[in-house]
Design a protein around this ligand. Sequence first.
Ligand SMILES: [Zn+2]
Length: 106
Amino acid sequence: MATLHQDRRSQRDFAELTKNINQTQWLGLTVINTNKGKKNDAIGYVEFEAIYQVNEPRQLHERSKFIKDNGQWFYVEGDILPGTVPKRHQPCWCGSGEKYKKCHGV
Ligand SMILES: [Zn+2]
């Protein structure tokens, strides 16, 4: 909640986050791309892919928008993008160590 811009905070988010956080295990985070977000910018974008587990592994590929307010960066909103699909012989995105074709690519 502390990194969510105050205009975007609501009790619903807080309840939702609290519920989700207890059910979610974060397994990995890869920053794919950044745009702006430098020292003299007031806006920045981060494209990332996170792997997390709620019962089973899932992908979150998102391009997030941040704004700087009083010298501190806050998350504003994000666009959810399609998850990365590895080639069949490459390691699966879930981190199982199996090839994609033998894991989530089946
Ligand atoms: Zn997998």
